[in-house]
Design a protein around this ligand. Structure first.
Ligand code: SF4
Length: 253
């Protein structure tokens, strides 16, 4: 259960608090952990299963995605051979559980299984023995896996201690003041990763939790539009919040 954390709201008659400078990243992650609690362990840390989990659903919440993944495991199996030899109707019924465009996802699941069989002998664990840059290149051969997805696999499999970020976590760190918006997503992603690098704990447990907590924060409070700053435990550490306080002060003068 999340604790209430109201510091100041736009309806407040008091002057807004004067923001302080941002705390080190490790303190920020500790604050998020205190606020949200410890994240659940990842659903899977197997590289092939992580790719299936990413592709089994589209634009649905975590719970629905995991239900579709469980159905795939229970009714078909999670090996490349299981998926290649499964009946279309069965895969389609499972893909329906993962939201819209189920037929396209069946095709993707088949493609994933075929890539795994043809290029990696059906076992992606061999990819994890490659140097990091080659492992990333290999993982990016699969649908829906770009740099962030490949880095997440390398992190969750405890292969490379990198702070992989999906879009929610990236947005939170940008608003806190790490890195800057660049012309494209990958430029912004690199900018944020370079900015946080000196503050990272090179510890897999910490990095995995940081990934999960930043993602959850971006999903629940630090939303893309209209972030709920009034409830946020990071209010006083946040550049975005500082800037909105400053503009409100100027508007009141
Ligand atoms: S204060 Fe607002 S913008 Fe900053 S991290 Fe919290 S929710 Fe996001």
């Amino acid at each position: 259960m999340r604790s209430s954390y109201l510091i100041w709201s736009t309806n407040d008659r008091r002057e807004p608090p004067v923001p302080k400078s941002r705390k080190p990243l490790q303190e920020i992650i500790t604050k998020l952990k205190t606020f949200y609690g410890s994240p659940r362990p990842p659903k899977t840390a197997d590289p092939f299963e992580m790719i299936l989990l990413e592709n089994i659903a589209y634009l649905v919440g975590d719970e629905q995605r995991e239900e579709a993944f469980d159905a795939l495991r229970d009714r078909v199996g999670l090996s490349p051979v299981d998926i290649v030899t499964a009946h279309d109707e069965k895969l389609l019924e499972i893909a329906h559980r993962g939201g819209m465009q189920p037929a396209a996802r069946v095709e993707k699941l088949r493609r994933i299984a075929n890539i795994a069989l043809q290029e990696f002998d059906g076992d992606l664990k061999s990819v994890l023995d490659l140097p990091a840059s080659k492992a990333k290149r290999a993982l990016k051969k699969f649908p829906s896996i770009g740099d962030p997805g490949a880095e997440k696999i390398l992190l969750f499999t405890r292969t490379v201690p990198v702070l992989a970020l999906e879009s929610n976590g990236l947005r939170v760190l940008l608003r806190l003041g790490y890195g800057e918006e660049r012309k494209n997503y990958s430029g912004t992603y690199r900018s944020v990763q370079e900015a946080v690098e000196p503050e990272l704990k090179k510890d897999f447990d910490w990095l995995i939790e940081a990934h999960q907590l930043l993602r959850r924060h971006g999903q629940e409070l630090c939303k893309r539009s209209e972030p709920l700053c009034v409830e946020c435990p990071l209010q006083l550490d946040c550049r975005f919040y500082q800037e909105s306080v400053s503009s409100r002060r100027r508007a009141r003068q």
